[in-house]
Design a binder for this molecule. Sequence first.
Ligand code: ADP
Ligand code: MG
Length: 398
Amino acid sequence: MPTLQTIRDFDPTGKRVLLRVDFNVPQNEQGMITDDSRMTKALPTIKYLLEKGAKLIIMSHLGRPDGEVKENMRLTPIAKHLEELLGKPVKKLDETIGENVKQEVEKLQNGEMLMLENTRFYPGEEANDPEFIKQLADLGEVFVNDGFGVSHRAHASSTGLASVLPAYAGFLIEKEMNALQPLMANPKQPFTVILGGAKIKDKIGMIDQFIGKAQNILIGGGLANTFIGALDHEVGQSLCEKDKYDLAKELLGKATSPEQIILPTDVVTAKEISNTASIETVAINTVPTDTKILDIGPQTIEAFKKIIATSATILWNGPLGLTEFTPFQSGTRAVAQAVADAKKSTGTFSVLGGGDTAEVLKTLGFHEEDFGHISTGGGASLEFLSGKKLPGIEVLYR
Ligand code: ADP
Ligand code: MG
């Protein structure tokens, strides 16, 4: 069986190591980093390689410059912030490949690092172009991928380099795989999947996968509306994908038992979406035509809580209501509390996947310690959990 090769599997001392990270952090209009968690999660790998005496060459992309130099997407502020996080100098270069870069790399001593410019300033990056790969590979001797958030992309710096250099996973990718892989292989039962969020099309793959793996699939959020409508209930003005009714019915038909997929039995509705909206909780078969379904109701919360309390493993993706507004946060908050309580009382292993879910729970006052694992890759974790292979990680198995 091929196994994930990690940075423990080679001796970095004195080696020029090309390290791909995902430092595509959110910035405000002044270019200030508003959330550096993608950077802090890569620190264990960076510190380890420096301590072992590697000559570290850090690569990342930022934004979508589409193969051109965009001044506001340079990595200069990112390098500066990394310097503060590490308390060590990070030499930032204004190019990613070429003679100047090579000369700077030559000057690196053991345990020193530099950061290349935004890899996406070059069209060869996203094209996974062999010539661009070769120019990157010229700079180093070993390739380490720790950019979990870009590992679903077959790009030069995240995947291509593995075709020409010995390639290893960093600690973040190792941690993500250790958390996510068991969910796909042999999750500890009872395994409960909680799915919410906006669109069914993003979640079909996951529902399909987990019908064969999970004991319970709890559905809320905008996603639930499509199922509710497909069952011929009134959904009023709710977000709902009517063209996906057949698909929703097909998924319900695939369930291993009528109790496997649990839909809301009551919902919170409102006529307008605002922080001062007046809300009404109604049974699922009495939604007024002039309202929107914007959260799960108290009866549904209770049903979800019961299942969560007896689960050994939980995967959650997607908020259960329109959590951007306070009147529609109750379902997500109560379910998050139940997941956190299950961890505390019975050691339930919970994984948060997806883009918005972790962010929303943080805003609602929950902490990393409340959950077993918070995946850093939005698209990457969703693709993996839908059964797709991640090209940037596949190449690290030997
Ligand atoms: P993730 O990024 O974690 O996969 P999504 O992007 O699929 O999650 O979903 C997040 C969005 O879903 C949020 O903007 C939230 O407001 C929206 N949402 C959840 N429930 C509803 C609902 N009942 N009606 C409309 N939007 C909803
Ligand atoms: Mg999203």
